[in-house]
Design a protein around this ligand. Structure first.
Ligand SMILES: [Zn+2]
Length: 258
């Protein structure tokens, strides 16, 4: 029997779309060899749900934190809750946190404060961070660079930046989360990133229910599709899928400890 399996390092099983048929979503994932799933929160409520599911299922872990679009009105009440729950045994990282200038729900200043507060909590709890960055690549990099010495690690979730920036991140010890868009025919830059960056800096994720890979684009995404993303990585790197699986299992252990 082989010890190889697939890992979804960023999935929103706590999203209403997946919750309504969670048994099916989980069974499909397990039947496709996906044996570890990191459920990611975006606000207090979804983080609570992530914790609840992580305690219900052995193979699920929680990443809890507050997304830059969801921090409006958050006070010490929410941040103290986060601080308390980061020591939970099923929490493997703090996230998803970062910057998002695509939506207009929060100001840059509000996002700065929330990001810094949560980076400080990650340092305090010696946890890696799961980073969301949209239309904000430079400022995200600048803040993370300043924290790279103090942080135990971090993943650029669903990385979609340039090869140059990816190299700068890996030099500072960060890793990249590779998701469904890699499988799109026109994903030239994503493919170049996977080609150029050493496998030891890559992990797989779906970001379900979003970012469904080819050929299911337009349908709901699920952790069951991780094998499609891994196969694309193996094809681009011209390596056996089993070698990629083994390496990604190692990377996840190194960064997230499970
Ligand atoms: Zn996400």
């Amino acid at each position: 029997m082989s010890d190889l399996y697939y890992i979804d390092t960023h999935v929103h099983l706590n999203d209403e779309k997946l919750l309504i048929h969670l048994d099916e979503v989980i069974n499909d994932a397990l039947n496709n060899g996906v044996k570890k799933m990191f459920i990611v929160g975006w606000d207090k409520e979804s983080s609570e749900k992530a914790l609840e599911l992580a305690h219900k299922y052995d193979f699920c872990y929680a990443i809890i934190g507050f997304h830059p679009c969801n921090i409006k009105g958050y006070t010490d009440v929410e941040y103290n809750w986060l601080d308390e729950h980061l020591s939970d045994e099923k929490v493997v990282a703090l996230g998803e946190i970062g910057y998002d200038f695509h939506w207009d729900t929060t100001t840059k200043e509000e996002q700065d404060i929330a990001f810094i507060k949560q980076l400080d909590l990650a340092v305090k709890h010696k946890l890696p961070v799961s980073i969301h960055s949209r239309d904000a690549s430079q400022v995200t990099f600048d803040v993370l660079s300043a924290y790279s010495e103090k942080l135990v690690g971090g993943v650029l979730h669903s990385y979609s930046g340039s090869v140059e920036l990816a190299k700068e991140y890996t030099k500072k010890g960060f890793i990249l989360g590779i998701s469904g868009p890699l499988t799109f025919k026109n994903a030239r830059v994503n493919k170049e990133v996977v080609k150029e960056i050493d496998l030891k800096f890559l992990v797989t994720e779906t970001d379900s229910p979003y970012l469904t890979p080819h050929p299911y684009r337009g349908k709901e995404n699920g952790p069951k599709y991780i094998p499609l993303i891994l196969k694309e990585i193996a094809d681009i790197k011209n390596l056996d899928e089993s070698i990629c699986q083994e390496e990604i299992i190692k990377n996840v252990k190194r960064v997230f400890g499970v």
